[in-house]
Design a protein around this ligand. Sequence first.
Ligand SMILES: Nc1ncnc2c1ncn2[C@@H]1O[C@H](COP(=O)(O)OP(=O)(O)OP(=O)(O)O)[C@@H](O)[C@H]1O
Length: 306
Amino acid sequence: MENEELDEYELQTQAIRKNMDQISRKILIMSGKGGVGKTTVTVNLANALVDMGCTVGILDTDIHGPNVAKMLGCEDGVLGSPDGKVLYPVEPREGLKVVSLAFAIPDPDAPIIWRGSMKNSAIRQFLADVEWGTLDYLLIDSPPGTGDEQLTVCQSIPELTGTIIVTTPQSVAVLDARRSVGFSRRMGVAIIGVIENMSGLVCPECKTEIPVFGIGGGQKMCQDMHVPFLGRVPMEVDLRKAEDEGEDFMKDGNTHPSRDALLEIARKINFGTACSTGRDTSFIGTPQCSPSSCAGCTSNCASRKK
Ligand SMILES: Nc1ncnc2c1ncn2[C@@H]1O[C@H](COP(=O)(O)OP(=O)(O)OP(=O)(O)O)[C@@H](O)[C@H]1O
C-alpha cells in the first residue's frame, strides 16, 4: 500500500473505532448455509429489542442479496448525506437505524457484481462514515459462509461482542454451521449462541408440528461443540407472510410460537442469561463459556466456580 493510501486506511480505522465506541453490543449474525434465516433473525430480534426499549442499528452486509430493507418494509428508504461525506441511516421506526446497499441501488433487478475488495471497502465505509450515534446494539446481517464479509466485520470492528449462528436442524445445514463455530473460534470472537430456525413447521390448520428439516440438530451440535444454545424457532406461514409484506411480526398481540421463541431469544441476549453452562451474569464480550475457555474467563460463571 502507498503511504497516502495507508494514511487513508488508518484514518478510516480510527473513524470506525470512534463510531463503534458509541455502540454497546456489536453482534454478527452468520450461518454456514444459505437461506436458513439470518435476515429473519436479524430483523425480528431488532424489532423485539426496540420493543424492550433498546436503540438498535442493523448493518446489512449481504451485498449480493440485501433483503433487510424489504423485510422491514423500508425498501424505498434513502441514505441521507447532506454534505456528501457522512451517511445517515434509514429509520423505519423510532429506535431503529438501518444501513444497506439496497438503499444505494434502488433498481431491485440490478445485480451487484462486486469482487471481495469492493465489498470490503463498502462494509468499512458503512462502519466509518455512517452517523450511527449512540446505540445499545448493532446487529450485522451477513451472507452465508465464512468469507470476505465476515472477515471484514471481524477484523474491522474492535471488540466485536460476538456471533449468533443460525442453522436449520438439517444435517447439511448443521455441518456448515459447525464451520461458523470454527470461524468464530479462529477469529477469537465470542459465540453468543446458536439459533435453530425452521425447527418444525407449525401447520396453520391443526397446529401440529411437522419436522420438515428435522428437529434438534442445532441443539445437539451445541452440546457436541460446547456452544450456548439460544433456542429453536419453528417455521410458520404467518412469519414468512409478514416478512414478504415488510410487517413487524414481533408487534404486541401477535401470538405465534415462532414470535414467542424469537422474543425469548431476544430476552436472553438482552438480559445476558443465555449460557449453556449456567453463567447467570452477562457473558457478552467475554470468551465463550465452554470447559476449555473457562480458565481464561473473568465472569461470575457457575461452571467456573466449581
Ligand atoms: N421460521 C420461519 N418460518 C417461516 N419462514 C421463514 C422462517 N425463517 C425464515 N423464513 C423464510 O425463509 C426465507 C429465507 O430466510 P432468510 O432470508 O431470513 O434467510 P437467510 O439465511 O438470511 O438467507 P441468505 O442466505 O439468502 O442471506 C425467507 O423467505 C424467510 O421469510
